[in-house]
Design a protein around this ligand. Sequence first.
Ligand code: XLS
Ligand code: NI
Ligand code: NI
Length: 441
Amino acid sequence: MAEFFKDIPVIKYEGPNSTNPLSFKYYNPDEVVGGKTMKEQLKFALSWWHTMGGDGTDMFGVGTTDKKWGKTTPEEISFAKVDAAFEIMTKLGIEYFCFHDRDLSPEYGSLAETNEKLDRVTDYIAEKMKADPTKKLLWGTAKCFDHPRYMHGAGTSPSADVFAYSAAQIKKAVEATVKLGGNGYVFWGGREGYETLLNTNMALEQDNMARLMKMTVDYARSIGYKGDFYIEPKPKEPTKHQYDFDTATVLGFLRKYGLEKDFKMNIEANHATLAMHTFQHELRVARDNGVFGSIDANQGDMLLGWDTDQFPTNIYDTTLCMYEVLKAGGFTNGGLNFDAKARRGSFKLDDIFYSYIAGMDTFALGLRIAAKMIDDGRIDKFVEDRYSSWTTGIGADIISGKATLEDLEKYALEKGEVVDSLSSGRQEMLESILNNIMFSL
Ligand code: XLS
Ligand code: NI
Ligand code: NI
């Protein structure tokens, strides 16, 4: 089999003092950080769409990188992508991957033919996974947003025929996920949203989306799928109003339709930014509500209002992300998928390696600092002390349910002014403690 990257060696950990750009400075897969190896803590995954297929095309111009992998027909390209992906993963030491059905194998003349061609590619992946059992599927999903039939949505389309078609496509994508041993299946909104209420029955569209999810869960469980389902919140793009705006909105949706037992969140960093939240906020909402699942790791550009999907290089963000992951007890079925692409101007194929090294090292550094934050304890202790009034006296009575509104009135009348019960939030001091922890690694 052809080697696609002859000049790229297996990337090794060389430590922070190395100046070799083809080495890890912070990611040392077998080193134990926070009670597990870095490899287990981070569970990095390659995204098929950006990495194997994304060629730099944008609305102003054609692709800048040739991602045909030396082949011409769609079938050949699909198979070559598998070989190239496995080579990239092996050289980077990445054990997981994730896919959209149509990025593994495109659409052909009919759904039956499309399914059959997809089967051949997933058979080939299964063979390669058998030969190298370190390679695992993090999650699968269906691309129910690019074909014109999905212009008004898939599960939320006004057309019942389109709904049925998307259901058929999702059934097959779930089968592919199960066949490859995946423990995650993602629903990202795609075009599930609307542009104007002048033409939209929002209530019916949301009921239908829930129906599709319920059918998918029932079917997947019936064929033995034990993994998690994820919703990946995103506030806008491509539609103006995406139904899965952010984690809090999705939680309301899941609870309304009784889907909260099967679904968790796939939190994407750049989607959090688009919803005007921090990445950490989205992760905290998920953790606090028991729906922390998996992570799409990228970063946006604060000056641009769209999903730029950049490889993460911001250490503050990865630190606070890994702090939430550690506090959530680490990943179970989920992992950290690089839903990220090299910039259009980074057009050489080997930029794939530089990009992943940058992202993996940034997360490794984030993990190291987050583990230190927890060991250091100053920040956690500050928060604990700040809420200490809830552990005894009136606070404890409120929490236990013992105190009534009348009791609280009596308490307040007796107590008088309570402004002195407050202490400073000390934000600047805490930010400076974080800097101190960061730079005393
Ligand atoms: C798009 C999404 C998409 C999902 C998978 O913004 O991030 O790539 O991760 O459908
Ligand atoms: Ni994503
Ligand atoms: Ni995205």
